[in-house]
Structures are given as structure tokens and as C-alpha cells.
Design a protein around this ligand. Structure first.
Ligand SMILES: *Cc1c(COP(=O)(O)O)cnc(C)c1O
Length: 230
């Protein structure tokens, strides 16, 4: 096995174990491999090991890898902050975006989504711990933004995404992640039919799965440590 195969298998084992403990089916949780800072060759290695969904934070870097790997049937997710001047690159190149937190950005993504492509699949980034990780809408704002996004033809709202501040232990982590899950449940009670709860990274995928995550975003546990900060 290659190093990436071994590490990917290790992450799948962690997801399965967490699902078993939480009484969930392992098929309920998808693995997004976060390849930021790693070269296209590393993505290709992971692809050969069976991985199909990849996440990028830096839009320009992601677009370059998407172009280099165009021949492979990869689903590309944008998971980084989006400035207004980058919406067109996201709309034209990615399949998903997890980090929508303003209507103005959502509108631009919708307008700029090429007609020949499926709608861009969208998660709203929520900030439930008001950490200094300042991106994301507050609990009070999320329902209004969600309803606005459902009116945009170029987008399809799929769920919520969160990046909580690092927590000291499982219980503390679970408490914050459960607030995201509760918000997700409220939106579904409001009729929004969301199916994606994007939370959990290398360090907190177990509590995230306990809290109901359907998609974990894992970088370093697959590709190794990053030289550049994320
Ligand atoms: C970098 C990053 C990840 C992956 O983090 P790891 O700790 O390397 O697993 C997940 N989500 C977002 C938004 C990131 O920026």
C-alpha cells in the first residue's frame, strides 16, 4: 500500500468506529479529502486509492489543480473564504461550496454559474461559538439566508458547515457541534430539506459524527502535516 492508501484506510476505520459507537451507518458519513497546500500529484494518489471528493481552501490553488486533473471524475469542494472578486472562479470550477455566509456572495455565485453545469451545491457556514474564527453567520441569521438562497436558480442549498474553535476534549467539542446539529434540525423543520451537515476535521471527526455530521473534511490525517498554515 502507498502511504496515502494506508492513511486513507486509517481515516475510514476511524469513521466506521465512530459511526458504530454513535449507532449510525458508516454509509451516512462522506469523507472529503482536504488537499490544500498539497500538489495535484498527491490528489491523484488519493484518487487512485479510491477517494473521489476533494476540498480546497485557496481558490486560485484549487482552480489550478482542477485544471491539471480535469481528466479524472473528481467532485471538487470549495471550503475556503470567498471574496467577491473570486466568485466567478468558484462558480465556473467547483461542484460544491461550503463557505457561503452572505447573500451578496450567494447571488454572484448563482449569476455566474455557467448554464451548462448543474447548480452549485451550497452549504451555509455557521459560527455557533462566536470564536475569533469570525467567518460564518450567527444562529439568528441563518434561517433568513437559507430561505434567500433557495430562491437562487444557480444554487442548490444542501446544508450547513461549521469550523468550531478547537475544544479541550470530546465532551466540550460535542457540545458545540451539537448546537450546529440543532440548527440543522430547526431548518429542516422549517421545510428546507437539507441533507448535508459538514463538520469534523482530523482532530474532531469522532465528536462530529456523534453530533450528526454527514460529511467530514479531513486533511492532515490523509496527506500529512502542512508546511504552510491553513
Ligand atoms: C484545513 C481544513 C480542514 C482539514 O483540516 P485538518 O485538520 O488538516 O484535517 C477542514 N476544513 C477546513 C475548512 C479547513 O480549512
Amino acid at each position: 500500500m502507498t502511504m496515502i492508501e494506508t492513511k486513507l484506510q486509517g481515516v475510514h476505520d476511524r469513521i466506521e468506529a465512530a459511526c458504530r459507537e454513535a449507532g449510525r451507518a458508516a454509509t451516512d458519513v462522506s469523507l472529503l479529502a482536504v488537499s490544500k497546500t498539497f500538489p495535484a500529484a498527491a490528489v491523484e494518489d488519493a484518487f487512485r486509492a479510491g477517494q473521489r471528493m476533494f476540498g480546497e481552501n485557496y481558490i486560485q490553488e484549487g482552480v489550478e489543480k482542477i485544471a491539471a486533473l480535469r481528466a479524472l471524475p473528481i467532485e471538487w469542494h470549495c471550503i475556503g473564504p470567498i471574496q467577491s472578486n473570486k466568485t466567478r472562479l468558484v462558480a465556473e470550477n467547483f461542484d460544491w461550496v461550503h463557505t457561503v455566509d452572505r447573500f451578496k456572495i450567494a447571488q454572484r455565485l448563482s449569476e455566474q454559474r455557467p448554464a451548462g453545469l448543474a447548480p452549485l451545491q451550497v452549504c451555509i457556514q455557521v459560527n455557533v461559538d462566536a470564536g475569533e474564527n469570525k467567518s460564518g453567520v450567527t444562529t439568528d441569521e441563518v434561517l433568513v439566508l437559507a430561505k434567500q438562497i433557495t430562491q437562487l436558480p444557480g444554487l442548490r442549498l444542501r446544508g450547513l458547515m461549521s469550523i468550531p474553535e478547537p475544544a479541550p476534549d470530546f465532551v466540550a467539542s460535542l457540545a458545540v457541534l451539537t448546537r450546529v446539529r440543532a440548527l440543522f434540525d430547526v431548518l429542516n423543520q422549517e421545510g428546507l430539506a437539507l441533507d448535508t451537515l459538514s463538520m469534523g476535521m482530523s482532530a474532531d471527526l469522532e465528536p462530529a459524527i456523534h453530533a450528526g455530521s454527514t460529511l467530514v473534511r479531513v486533511g492532515s490525517a490523509i496527506f500529512g502535516g502542512r508546511d504552510r498554515p491553513a
